[in-house]
Write a new protein. Structure first.
Lengths: 335, 497
C-alpha cells in the first residue's frame, strides 16, 4: 500500500520533470540564436517527447517519434544547417540590411508568439472541456481477430485504415521527387549526397563493417515483430535507412545514381505492392480488403515492401542533392 | 460492382501511373493519356449510376466507418471530378511539347519529375473530392501540397524556388491547423467520418467543436488563398510553367474549398452563427475587390491572371452569407449553394484555359508583357477565341457557366434582401470585365509588322476545348444543375443557421 503510493508519487514527479524538460527544450529550440544549437535542442525535445509517449503507454508512437521525429528530422536539419553555412559563409552578412529588417522581424516575432500563446490557451481549455470518448479502441479490439495481426496499431495502419498508410507512403515518395526536382540540371545523372572521404582503416570504416549486420537484423526484426508487438514498416525502415547511410558514409558503397532504374524500382516497390493488393481486392470483392484467412501473409508482404521503399526514400532524403565540384566553393573547400 | 470499380479507378489509376512514370519517365505522356481515358470511362459509368440510384458509398477494405474510411460519390463530388478530369486532360496534352522529351537520348530533371508530380496531384484531388474521412482528407491534402509545391519550382529558377518556399510555409501552417482541428474532433466524437460527425454533433454547439472548426477553417482558407492569406498565390501561380499554373490556379484551391464545404454544410452545420458567416463573406468580398484592382494594375499577363484568381476565390466564400443567414432568407440558400458550385466549376475551366493561352502566347510573343501581345489574335485565332470565351465566363456574361453562377448568387442575394453581397457581385463583375478587356484589346489590335513564333494546332485546341466547356456549362446548365442536387446536404437547402 505504502509502496504503491510512493511509486505513484515518484511517477507523478517524473512526469512533471519530463513535462518541464519538454517545455524547456522547446523554448530553447525557438529562442537560441545559433541555428545549430536550435537543431540540437529540437533533437533533445524529440527525445523527451518520445519519452512522454512511452509514459502514456503508446510504445509505437514513441518508437516512431524517436526514429523519425528526433532522429531522421534532426539529421535532415543538421544537413540543412551545414549547407546553409556554406552558402551564407561566402557572401557574409550585410549589417545594414539586418538593422533595417530588425523592427519588422521583431514585430512578426511578437505576433507569432501571441498567436501561439492564444492557440495554446485555447487548446488547453478545449482539452479540459473534452467529453469522455474512448475513441475507436472498442471497435479495433472487436475486429482485431479478423485483421490478421494481434498488434492493434498494425491492424489500424495496414488493414482498417490501410488507405491512409498507402497514401502516406506515396506522400513520402512525392517528397523525394520534389527534392530531386530541385537539383541543378547539370547534376542530373550524378550520385546524390556529398562525396565521402573515410579512411579505409579509420573508425568510421570499422563501424561501417561492424554495425550493418546487427542493424539489418534489428530492422528486419522490427518489421517482423510489428504484427504482434510494437514495431512496423516505418520504424524498421528508419533503422535500415540508417544502416545504409552508415555504409555509404564509411565509403563501403557509393550512393546510387539518381537515374538508376534499380533504385527507382525500390522506391516505388512498397506503394506499388500495396496498391496492387488493393486493386486485386477490388476485383475480388472489396478495394483494399484483406480476407481474414490471408490477411497475415498479405500484411507481412505489404510491410516488407513498404520497409524497403521507406528505407530507401528516407536515406535518399538525408543524402540530398550532390555535393562536390558543381557546388559553389565555400571558404573551406579551397585545396 | 462496376460502380465501385469506377470509384476505385478514379483514385488509383493516377497513382499507379505516377509510380510507373517514376521508373519509365519516357512513358509519362502516354501513361497520362491512359489515365485520362480511364478517368473518362469511370465518370461515364458513375454519372448515370448516381443519377438513377442516388449518391453511392464505398467503405474501403469493407470496414464501415467509424473504424474504416468511406468514399462517397455524390453530385458535388462528380461535378468536381469531371471538371478536374477536363482540366487535367488539357494540361497533360499541352505539357507534352515542353516535358515530353522528344528524341533526346539523355533524360533531364524536368522531364523526369513533371509526369509523376502532375499525376500525383490529380490523384490527390480525386481523393479529396471523394473521401468522407477528415484524416484521410488531411493525407490527400498533404499529397496535393507536396506535388503542387514541387511543380511551382520545377523550372529551377531562383524566383520559382522562392515562390515555392513561401507557398510551402503557408500550406504547411494550413495543414497543421487543419490537423489540430481534426484531432480535436476525433477526441470529442470518437470518429473522423463526416456523416457520423453530423449525426453526433446534431444541434449542439460544443466549445471544442467551435475551436476545431475554427482551426480547420483558418487552415483551409490559407490553403485556398483567401484574403488575407493570399500572399503566396501570385508569385507561385505566375512563376510556374503554364501547364503547372493551370493546375495550381484552376484545381488546387478547389480541393481545400471542397473540404470547407464538407465541414460547414455536411459535418457540423449547426455551428454556423450569423457573425461568423458574415466574416467569411466579408473576407471573400475584400478578396474580390482587392484582387481585381491589383489585376487591373498588372502589366504582365500571368501576374494579371494570378491576381484574377485571388479575386475569383473571393466569390467562393460568398456561399457562407448567401446560403446562411436568418430564417426568412433560407428558401434561397439552395440557389446560392448551387450558384457557388457553378462558379467553382466554371472558374476552374476558364482559368485553366487562360493560363494555357498565356503560356502559348508568351512562347509566341517571346515575352509575358501584355503589350507584347499586340496583333497576336490574327496570328493565333484559336488562342484568341479561347481567351475571349474564358473571359466571358469569368466576367459572368451569358450564356456561360459563370453567368449561371452569378445569376443564381445574385437572385438569392436580392430576394433574401442581402443587397451588400449583390453589390459586391456586380462590382466584381465590372472590375473583371475591365482587367480582362485590356489583354483582349491588345491582342485584337492590328499590327502588321509583328512576327510571332508559330504555335502547333493541337496545343491551341486544348485551351479552346476548356473555354468551350465553360460556356457549355451555362448553355446546358440543366444537366450539371440536376447532378449537383444529388446527395446535396440538407443544410444547403435549409441554409446554415
Amino acid at each position: 500500500m505504502i509502496d504503491g503510493t510512493a511509486s505513484d508519487i515518484a511517477a507523478t514527479g517524473f512526469d512533471l520533470v519530463l513535462a518541464a524538460m519538454i517545455l524547456g527544450a522547446g523554448l530553447f529550440a525557438v529562442t537560441v540564436r545559433d541555428l545549430f544549437g536550435a537543431v540540437v535542442f529540437f533533437i533533445v525535445y524529440g527525445v523527451f517527447v518520445a519519452l512522454a509517449w512511452l509514459r502514456l503507454g503508446a510504445l509505437d508512437v514513441a518508437l516512431t517519434e524517436a526514429a523519425l521525429g528526433a532522429g531522421l528530422t534532426g539529421v535532415l536539419l543538421i544537413g540543412a544547417v551545414a549547407r546553409l553555412g556554406r552558402r551564407t559563409g561566402t557572401q557574409g552578412t550585410d549589417a545594414l540590411s539586418r538593422r533595417s529588417a530588425f523592427s519588422v522581424r521583431s514585430v512578426s516575432q511578437i505576433a507569432t508568439m501571441l498567436v501561439s500563446a492564444a492557440v495554446s490557451v485555447a487548446l488547453g481549455w478545449a482539452f479540459l472541456s473534452l467529453s469522455d470518448s474512448d475513441g475507436l479502441r472498442a471497435g479495433v479490439a472487436a475486429n482485431l481477430d479478423a485483421s490478421g495481426v494481434s498488434n492493434p496499431v498494425t491492424a489500424v495502419l495496414i488493414n482498417f485504415r490501410g488507405w491512409d498508410t498507402l497514401l502516406e507512403s506515396i506522400v513520402l515518395l512525392a517528397a523525394l521527387i520534389g527534392l530531386w526536382s530541385l537539383w541543378r540540371d547539370d547534376d542530373w545523372g550524378r550520385r546524390p549526397g556529398l562525396r565521402q572521404h573515410a579512411r579505409a582503416d579509420g573508425v568510421l570504416a570499422m563501424f561501417g563493417r561492424l554495425l550493418p549486420p546487427f542493424g539489418l537484423l534489428f530492422g528486419v526484426y522490427m518489421v517482423w515483430v510489428g504484427s504482434s508487438l510494437p514495431g512496423g514498416a516505418f520504424q524498421g525502415g528508419t533503422v535500415l535507412a540508417a544502416v545504409w547511410l552508415l555504409m555509404m558514409m564509411a565509403g563501403l558503397m557509393p550512393p546510387p545514381m539518381v537515374t538508376s532504374a534499380r533504385i527507382r524500382a525500390v522506391l516505388i516497390a512498397g506503394p506499388l505492392v500495396f496498391l496492387s493488393v488493393g486493386i486485386i481486392g477490388a476485383f475480388a470483392g472489396g478495394f483494399l480488403g484483406l480476407p481474414p484467412a490471408y490477411a497475415k501473409p498479405l500484411i507481412l508482404m505489404i510491410e516488407a515492401a513498404l520497409t524497403l521503399s521507406i528505407a530507401a526514400t528516407l536515406a535518399l532524403l538525408v543524402l540530398g542533392p550532390p555535393g562536390g565540384p558543381a557546388m559553389p566553393s565555400g571558404p573551406g573547400d579551397a585545396p | 460492382m462496376s460502380v465501385s470499380l469506377a470509384i476505385v479507378a478514379l483514385v488509383t489509376a493516377p497513382l499507379v501511373a505516377a509510380l510507373i512514370a517514376v521508373i519509365l519517365p519516357r512513358w509519362g505522356p502516354w501513361l497520362s493519356l491512359l489515365v485520362v481515358a480511364g478517368n473518362a470511362a469511370a465518370l461515364v459509368v458513375l454519372i448515370p449510376a448516381i443519377v438513377s440510384q442516388g449518391a453511392l458509398t464505398l467503405p474501403i477494405g469493407g470496414w464501415q466507418a467509424p473504424l474504416g474510411i468511406t468514399l462517397r460519390a455524390d453530385g458535388m463530388a462528380l461535378a468536381f471530378l469531371t471538371m478536374a478530369a477536363l482540366v487535367m486532360a488539357a494540361v497533360l496534352v499541352s505539357a507534352r511539347p515542353e516535358f515530353g522529351g522528344g528524341g533526346e537520348v539523355t533524360e533531364t530533371r524536368r522531364q523526369w519529375a513533371f509526369w509523376p508530380l502532375a499525376l500525383l496531384l490529380w490523384s490527390a484531388l480525386n481523393v479529396v473530392f471523394l473521401s468522407r474521412d477528415l484524416f484521410n482528407l488531411y493525407v490527400a491534402l498533404e499529397l496535393l501540397t507536396v506535388s503542387a509545391v514541387a511543380l511551382v519550382a520545377i523550372d529551377g529558377k531562383a524566383d520559382g524556388l522562392g515562390a515555392a518556399l513561401r507557398y510551402l510555409m503557408f500550406a504547411l501552417l494550413g495543414s497543421l491547423a487543419y490537423l489540430l482541428g481534426a484531432a480535436l474532433l476525433y477526441a470529442q466524437h470518437g470518429t473522423l467520418d463526416i456523416a457520423l460527425l453530423a449525426d453526433q454533433a446534431i444541434g449542439g454547439r460544443a466549445a471544442v467543436d467551435m475551436m476545431a472548426v475554427g482551426l480547420m477553417t483558418a487552415g483551409l482558407a490559407a490553403k485556398t488563398a483567401l484574403f488575407p492569406f493570399h500572399a503566396w498565390l501570385q508569385p507561385a501561380h505566375s512563376g510556374a510553367p503554364a501547364p503547372a499554373s493551370a493546375m495550381l490556379s484552376a484545381l488546387v484551391p478547389k480541393a481545400s474549398f471542397a473540404i470547407l464545404i464538407r465541414i460547414w454544410f455536411e459535418a457540423l452545420p449547426g455551428l454556423a452563427t450569423p457573425p461568423l458567416l458574415v466574416t467569411l463573406g466579408a473576407m471573400g468580398a475584400i478578396a474580390i475587390v482587392y484582387g481585381s484592382v491589383l489585376a487591373l494594375r498588372q502589366t504582365r499577363l500571368k501576374l494579371m491572371i494570378a491576381y484574377s484568381t485571388v479575386a475569383q476565390i473571393g466569390y467562393l466564400f460568398l456561399i457562407f452569407p448567401l446560403a446562411g443567414g436568418d430564417s426568412y432568407m433560407q428558401p434561397w440558400a439552395a440557389g446560392a449553394w448551387t450558384g457557388v458550385m457553378f462558379h467553382a466549376l466554371s472558374h476552374g475551366l476558364a482559368k485553366a484555359s487562360m493560363f494555357l493561352c498565356a503560356g502559348l502566347w508568351i512562347v509566341a510573343a517571346g515575352s509575358d508583357r501584355i503589350e507584347a501581345m499586340r496583333g497576336l489574335a490574327s496570328a493565333t485565332p484559336m488562342i484568341a477565341s479561347a481567351f475571349a470565351l474564358a473571359a466571358v465566363t469569368l466576367v459572368g456574361l451569358p450564356p456561360s457557366g459563370g453567368f449561371t453562377a452569378k445569376y443564381l448568387m445574385l437572385t438569392s442575394a436580392f430576394v433574401s434582401g442581402q443587397y451588400v453581397w449583390a453589390a459586391v457581385l456586380l462590382i466584381g463583375g465590372l472590375l473583371s470585365a475591365a482587367y480582362l478587356y485590356r489583354p483582349l484589346a491588345v491582342a485584337f489590335a492590328r499590327d502588321g509588322d509583328a512576327v510571332f513564333k508559330p504555335v502547333p494546332r493541337l496545343a491551341q485546341a486544348m485551351p479552346l476545348m476548356l473555354a468551350l466547356a465553360a460556356i457549355l456549362l451555362g448553355l446546358a446548365s440543366q444537366g450539371p444543375f440536376a447532378l449537383m442536387q444529388i446527395g446535396r446536404p440538407s443544410s444547403a437547402e435549409a441554409g446554415l443557421q
